[in-house]
Design a protein around this ligand. Sequence first.
Ligand code: NAP
Length: 252
Amino acid sequence: MPAPAETILILGGTAEANLLTERLRQARPEARIVLSLAGRTHAPALPAGVEVRIGGFGGAAGLAEYLGAEHVVWLVDATHPFAAGISRNAAEAAEIADVQRIALVRPPWEPVEGDRWTAADCLGTARDALPAGAKAFLALGRQHLAPFRLRPDIAFVVRMIEPPDPPLPFPAEVVLGRPEVDAAAEATLFARLAITHLVCRNSGGTASYAKIAAARHLSLPVVMIARAPEPPGPVVRTLDEALAVLGAASAA
Ligand code: NAP
């Protein structure tokens, strides 16, 4: 029986993971590349022709078992910077299974001239940083809204792709739609809604930066929720660095 192909497992759920998977497939055609998703999104955008597995592994132990059973030689943690649980599991599982691991972590945003940021280390701190009477735009997923119910002295605006069902945990104005990719459009929205504060997480990357630039343009204070500490090294910042480590530098 031929030896099983070397497997590279990419923990995804991000645009970077999709891109990395695509580029690795081109650069390492002899390897088996598997993209893993948690299964939170009904119809995730995926690169064509890629082997995808969906759903949790059952903690670090389950992931370690998968690594052994599937002959994984590289574990690439390309999950979202706020997905701390799976990153912890990845580090532990790689240790248990003695598999090489890298984390691809996009750099956080840094304030630039004109930004008015207040740092918060969690949702509760962000909530408490808002002054009474503010009208705050919560650029947060629905699952992160609950702590703000304790501030009835603030008007909240929440953006959602679909109308909330069940209803939100507190009264809030809902803006239906996706985030604008254009800072000017975000600024127009914030001005029309008379927003006084923006609350968001420091996700980094370009995809959701328009709101930050818009707040700067309008001189709006931003309550910026910091990330949890990064997974233990080795960490790379860019696709090209990840490809180089994975022996696919020629495609970079
Ligand atoms: P999390 O809290 O770190 O992980 C919770 C559990 O979900 C993990 O223990 C694992 O279950 C499962 N899981 C997470 N990512 C997985 C993956 N790529 N493949 C297989 N199982 C996975 O994660 P989260 O914050 O809920 O995020 C879930 C997914 O959404 C991640 O893949 C992440 O990249 C993506 N995402 C997250 C955010 C965010 O803001 N957190 C934003 C955009 C995209 P088991 O313990 O059973 O293995």
